[in-house]
Design a protein around this ligand. Structure first.
Ligand SMILES: Cc1ncc(C[n+]2csc(CCOP(=O)(O)OP(=O)(O)O)c2C)c(N)n1
Ligand code: SF4
Ligand SMILES: [Mg+2]
Length: 284
């Protein structure tokens, strides 16, 4: 499945049939449609199959520690708010090892575009349960089946008034591409949780399993109603909604931070320490 020439890097080393191929294709289609250039952006990832994503893209990339994408992305965006800062991360990386960062990144609302490859499993380490694994799923590490309720990341994000909360499916490229475009264009922290079949280790949530359940939110759905969005985010099982579940327009941290009013840090020529003291004096 070729991706647009401008964005192509080395050949992906994912298993044949992996849902990550659909994400790569839909993501690069979205970048092409938006007329973006590789030098205008940076893609940050952690460890995992999803963490390999920026290796397969021709653009600036930072592949760091497991669960630590959001601190890196926050630093990048605050240092240079003009840069498009995107994070591609796994369900384990973002909601497990990086779970604490996830909560506080939602609170901070720095303008990071966050894409989660949610295969409901730890793929790279060969199939242990992740925070989003369905209850009852049997794995090598959970021989009696997963005994605890999964995390609901969309409900959490809506509760914390994340600026844009969407779900899509790696098996529907047009829908996913549309969600990526909307997420990039919406201000503040934006989140797209992508249902991504892991054909090698998740034998429960397969392409067919998702295809039988996902449905698109209709035009009559109002994503600015937080309570309705919260109720919608609890829907999981026989029917799984995809689309924009919630949208708000909270000011992003880089837009309200006093030091950044003078422009991106990388363009400020004054001594940073003196500038900080000057700003603090005007505040207190
Ligand atoms: C701090 C730390 N803990 C554990 C690991 C081992 N480890 C590497 S990848 C991974 C799971 C990745 O799962 P996920 O983020 O869902 O990505 P996927 O491979 O499923 O895309 C784990 C536990 C690690 N590298 N670092
Ligand atoms: S192990 Fe799963 S997530 Fe990783 S490349 Fe293979 S199919 Fe994809
Ligand atoms: Mg995973």
């Amino acid at each position: 499945m070729p991706i647009p020439e401008d964005w192509r890097s080395v050949e992906p080393a994912w298993c044949p049939g992996c849902g990550n191929f659909g994400i790569l294709r839909a993501f690069t289609n979205a970048l092409r449609d938006l007329g973006l250039k590789p030098e205008e952006m940076v893609v940050v990832s952690g460890i995992g199959q999803a963490g390999k994503f920026p290796h397969y893209l021709k653009c600036n990339a930072f592949n760091g520690l497991h669960g630590r994408t959001l601190p890196v992305a926050t630093g990048l965006k605050l240092a240079n708010p003009e840069l498009l800062v995107m994070v591609t991360t796994g369900d384990g990386d973002c909601y497990g090892e990086g779970g604490n960062h996830f909560i506080h990144a939602l609170r901070r609302n720095v303008g990071i575009k966050l894409f989660i490859h949610d295969n409901q499993i730890y793929g790279l380490t060969k199939g242990q349960a992740s925070p989003t694994s369905d209850i009852g799923m049997v794995t090598k590490n959970q021989p009696f089946g997963v005994l605890i309720e999964p995390l609901n990341p969309l409900a959490l994000a809506i509760a914390l008034q994340c600026n844009f909360v969407a779900r899509s499916f790696a098996g529907d490229l047009d829908h996913l591409s549309d969600m990526v475009k909307q997420a990039i264009q919406h201000p503040g922290l934006t989140l797209v949780d992508v249902l991504q079949p892991c054909v090698s280790f998740n034998h429960l949530n397969t392409f067919k399993w998702y295809q039988q359940r996902v449905y698109k939110l209709g035009d009559d759905y109002e994503p600015t109603d937080q309570q309705a969005a919260f109720a919608k985010s609890l829907e999981w099982g026989d029917r799984i909604p995809i689309g924009v579940l919630y949208r708000s327009d909270r000011a992003s941290l880089e837009d309200i931070h006093p030091v950044l009013k003078a422009g991106p840090l990388i363009k400020q020529e004054t001594d940073f320490r003196a500038k900080m003291q000057e700003t603090l004096q005007t505040l207190f």
